[in-house]
Ligand binder design. Sequence first.
Ligand code: DGJ
Length: 480
Amino acid sequence: MAFSVSIVLEVSKRERMRMRIKHRKSSGFHCNAGSRCSVSVVLWSLVGCILTIYFISQINQNDEENRVKSSNHHFTQELEEIEEEEFHLPAPRSKRNPRALRRKGPRKQHTVIDEFLDESSELRLYFFPDQKSATGPTREMNDSKHFYPGKLWLDTDGKPIQAHGGGILFDERTETYYWYGENKDGPTYHAHPRGAARVDIIGVSCYSSKDLWAWKNEGVVLPAEQANATHDLHHSNVLERPKVIYNDNTGNFVMWMHIDDANYTKASVGVAVSNSPVGPFKYLYSKRPHNCDSRDMTIFKDDDGKAYLIYSSEENSELHVSPLTDDYLDVADQMRKILIGQHREAPALFKHKGTYYMITSGCTGWSPNRAMAHAAEEVMGLWETIGNPCVGGNKIFQMTTFFAQSTFIVPLSGLPGVFIFMADRWNPADLRDSRYVWLPLTVGGVVDEPLEYNFGFPVWSKVSIFWHRRWRLPNWWRTA
Ligand code: DGJ
């Protein structure tokens, strides 16, 4: 930089010399009117000044860019550090006595997932740390802002955040993030003895934040219907995975969600709309898109304003992708079936350097399973599976998505190639106590098992989600 500055000074010195000579020449040979000469001197000095200022500002700008780049690089390196996690399974339960062995056969092998789901497990606090270790703006100094995946996360009132299966909208006008999710703050029960654990619909919660860490409760922006038992939002039904996008043409905030009955046989999507990010949202209708069953779903808004619905269909055996209509209130006719026969759910999409990526989970109810990353050149194009993105922790963490399930991926402005992977650590014994697992996701490097090669190079970049017990965004990123 010192070198470049001296060049600029040299240039301006030379420029001044040149102008002085020119000035002398002009005085000697051409210039009779003194006023004309001083005008040209002033003009040339001005040009010189402008050039100097321009060069210096360029240097400063490059310097600033390099500083940001190098601090980003340092930050990304930190996020990509591998953090190991150790835990020991409690000793296996006693063997069956010979009579029970004859009657029931040998005990089923006890897995880590059984341990995770077992409320009386010695490991319970490891997966679901208690109130004492809760985190959030009322507990931690505001300058700390660490994310603690799995710990109880409190809002700005000190209450546990209720926004499960959620997604985030960034409102550009107010530079505010809005987090929408299922409010599950009710008792967990089984509607049918063999049915999935459930909580009655309470509604869709909304929280706002400037920094993605301190969240203010904006209330239930789409509440359940209490009286009308035929209404989609009747509390006895199912409302899951709400996602909101903004329509630049209509000025509407449009919410899409999974709507079902308690047995998950309705398998539909629901649509609601509001002219404010904090609601209230008006519920419009539900439907089976393209006459197909639709369970876990998400929506994705591309840079060009086109939006898409992605949903698990054909009894969760495949995903369907469809553009939304221009007002985002319905699906267009076009639909493409993807990942056929792969049995994936909980889709979460993002875009990086023109490539589309998606993280999905397997289909095992509330139990955690292995995530997969997928990539495509077009949202409506061919999607390829590129492997398990989970890195660090340990083998079991990687095989269970850190005991969580994908729901959304947040791009971080100013940090190209870094995203937040949002997942739910479900607690089927007490769904309101389900936790949030937010982790850094980066794109880059070679995929483990590239499926396709282009002139010897794998086509896709690797997607990695790094386990951290505690991590944070850089200080300079955003302040509340
Ligand atoms: C898995 C889905 O991803 C969740 O949203 C929820 O529907 C559970 N299944 C219910 O078992």
